[in-house]
Design a protein around this ligand. Structure first.
Ligand SMILES: *[C@@H]1O[C@H](CO)[C@@H](O)[C@H](O)[C@H]1NC(C)=O
Length: 198
C-alpha cells in the first residue's frame, strides 16, 4: 500500500512541478489555455541503450501519425517489445522527463525514482500500454513474463489516469528499469499533448 501511494503521488507531483515551471511565464494564461485535460500522442519510440549494448528488454515500435483534425482517432502502434527477463514489482524504475520550452529541451525537468514496483508503476500510469501492447491483465499480480509482444496496427488509448491535467507541449520521457544492479531497458518516447475537445 505504501509504495503504491508513493507512485501516484510522485506522478501527480509532475503536474504541480510543471505548473511551477511554467508559471515563470504568465500565470493567467496558464490557467486559461496552457494547461488542462489533454489528448497525448507519441511521435517517436526509440532506445537509449548505453554504448549500443543490447539490453534484455527492447522495443521496436512505430506509431501512426496523429491527425489534429480527428483528435479522437486512436493512435495505432505497430512493432514489438521483446524481453528475455521477467519484469515485476521487484524491479526498480526511473523516469526522466524533459520538457520542450523556448525551442529547446529543458533536460531532467523531472526525475522520478521508484525503488521497486516497476510493473505496477507502468500498469497504473500507462494502462493502455500494459494491456494492449504487453497483454497484461487487470487482476492478479503485476508481472510481464519474458516473450515477444507484437502489435500490428493496434489502436492504443493513451490516457493517463494519474495525470488528468498537463501543460500542453512537447515531452521526452526516458524510462529505465532493472533489477538490483542490472539494467533491463532504456526506452525513450517523444510525445506531445494537445487540449482535449468535446
Ligand atoms: C521486431 O520488429 C523488428 C522491426 O519490425 C523486426 O526486425 C524484428 O525481427 C522483430 N522481432 C521479433 C522477435 O519479432
Amino acid at each position: 500500500m505504501k509504495t503504491r501511494n508513493t507512485g501516484s503521488i510522485l506522478l501527480f507531483q509532475l503536474v504541480l512541478l510543471t505548473l511551477l515551471l511554467f508559471q515563470e511565464g504568465n500565470p493567467r494564461k496558464i490557467i486559461n489555455s496552457v494547461i488542462g485535460p489533454y489528448i497525448a500522442y507519441g511521435e517517436r519510440f526509440y532506445m537509449c541503450e548505453p554504448n549500443n549494448r543490447l539490453l534484455p528488454c527492447r522495443w521496436n515500435i512505430r506509431a501512426s501519425h496523429f491527425n489534429p483534425y480527428k483528435p479522437k482517432e486512436l493512435q495505432r502502434l505497430t512493432g514489438n517489445v521483446t524481453s528475455t527477463v521477467t519484469v515485476n514489482d521487484d524491479c526498480w524504475a526511473k523516469v526522466v522527463v524533459d520538457v520542450r520550452s523556448n525551442n529547446q529541451w529543458k533536460e531532467n525537468a523531472f526525475v522520478f525514482n521508484f525503488n521497486d514496483g516497476a510493473c505496477r508503476v507502468l500498469k497504473e500510469n500507462i494502462p493502455a500500454f500494459y494491456k494492449q501492447v504487453l497483454k497484461g491483465k487487470d487482476e492478479g499480480g503485476c508481472t510481464i513474463p519474458p516473450g515477444v509482444y507484437e502489435v500490428n496496427n493496434t489502436p492504443v488509448d493513451w490516457s493517463f489516469p494519474k495525470v488528468p491535467l498537463l501543460p500542453y507541449g512537447s515531452w521526452r520521457f526516458r524510462l529505465t528499469f532493472g533489477k538490483a544492479e542490472n539494467l533491463y531497458a532504456c526506452f525513450v518516447i517523444n510525445a506531445k499533448n494537445v487540449p482535449k475537445t468535446d
